[in-house]
Design a protein around this ligand. Structure first.
Ligand code: ZN
Ligand code: ZN
Length: 308
């Protein structure tokens, strides 16, 4: 595990767990960044799935910290690659509470729907990929809303509701460092690329909610962004926020136009690649998951407006 102190007492712990859940990479293991905030109320932000959580606790020991002191584990959202380790962590750590937005809390108290959804996407081998997925007991779950504040480490952090990628997605804003742990709320980043992907996901990507969340992040005017997985600290957050807003709108326009003209998903994907790369042959992976997540959103809107 590769560990870097990004702010005094804040450690970015970069792990790999071998499965590219967001379809971002064509080869190699997918990185996941966990943040450990040290201090009187130590916390883990975006603890990841259980396989990552196990590795994180071992690493904390090596760093000279006692994981038993951890008070909070704060996933950005309930998807298994972010919050999947919460049940295991609160069992392991005597004091820890899982911090979950009210929209996500029912899914953590009873993980059966989360298990079914995970199995639908990853098949029977999901548990080999992510590890144990167990519920968080009610007395170990702290439900938060937009504007809730928490002392993490020794500093005030504010919960910023940023739905769109999922119904329950939150950002965590460190008011002292003016740093926003933005989860997938500001898209998916590949470190060597300027252009982020939209905050897409299957099956319930909400384009309008994502754009509203992106604009909320802009209003905060953070000095630093800490997006998940890629473990990347942007020193120019305004640029990143503008870029993800632009790409989220532009791909939406491409997919909408394609759907209206009766184009196949493959043809729409070609147009998306051309937008991202100018020369679509240079695209390093399929944009089909992006296209499918937008199509699912627009199809839902159509069904809703036709009253079906
Ligand atoms: Zn997710
Ligand atoms: Zn993710």
């Amino acid at each position: 595990m590769d560990v870097e102190e990004v702010f005094p007492g804040v450690f970015e712990m970069r792990t790999t767990y071998g499965r590219d859940t967001a379809g971002l990479f064509t080869e190699g293991a997918f990185p996941h960044a966990v943040w450990f905030v040290a201090g009187p109320t130590p916390a883990l932000l975006d603890p990841g799935p259980t396989v990552v959580a196990e590795e994180t606790l071992e690493e904390l020991h090596k760093m000279g910290y006692d994981p038993n002191d951890i008070e909070y584990v704060v996933p950005s959202h309930i998807h298994v690659d972010h919050g999947g380790g919460c049940g295991w962590l609160v069992k392991e750590l005597p004091k820890a509470k899982a911090v979950i937005h009210s929209q996500g809390a029912p899914f953590m108290l009873d993980v059966s729907r989360l298990i079914a959804g995970t199995a639908a996407v990853f098949g029977d081998e999901w548990e080999d990929i992510f590890g144990d997925l167990s519920p968080v007991p009610a007395e170990r779950l702290l439900t938060v809303e937009d504007g809730s504040t928490l002392e993490l480490g020794c500093k005030t952090h504010r919960i910023v509701f940023m739905p769109g990628h999922s119904l329950d997605h939150i950002g965590v804003y460190d008011e002292t460092n003016q740093a926003l742990y933005c989860g997938h709320g500001l898209g998916n980043y590949k470190p060597e690329r300027f252009m982020p992907d939209p905050p897409m996901t299957l099956p319930y990507f909400d384009v309008e909610a994502s754009l509203a969340s992106i604009r909320r992040a802009r209003d905060l005017a953070p000095r630093y962004l800490l997006p998940v997985h890629s473990g990347f600290l942007a020193s120019n957050p305004g640029f990143a926020i503008d870029a993800v807003e632009r790409v989220t709108i532009a791909i939406g326009d491409i997919v909408k136009a394609g759907m209206e003209s009766g184009a196949t998903p493959e043809a729409i994907e070609d147009d998306v690649r051309t937008y991202m790369f100018a020369n679509p042959a240079k695209a390093d992976r399929s944009y089909m998951p992006v296209v499918r997540s937008y199509m699912a959103y627009y199809e839902r809107l159509q069904r809703r407006s036709s009253g079906a």
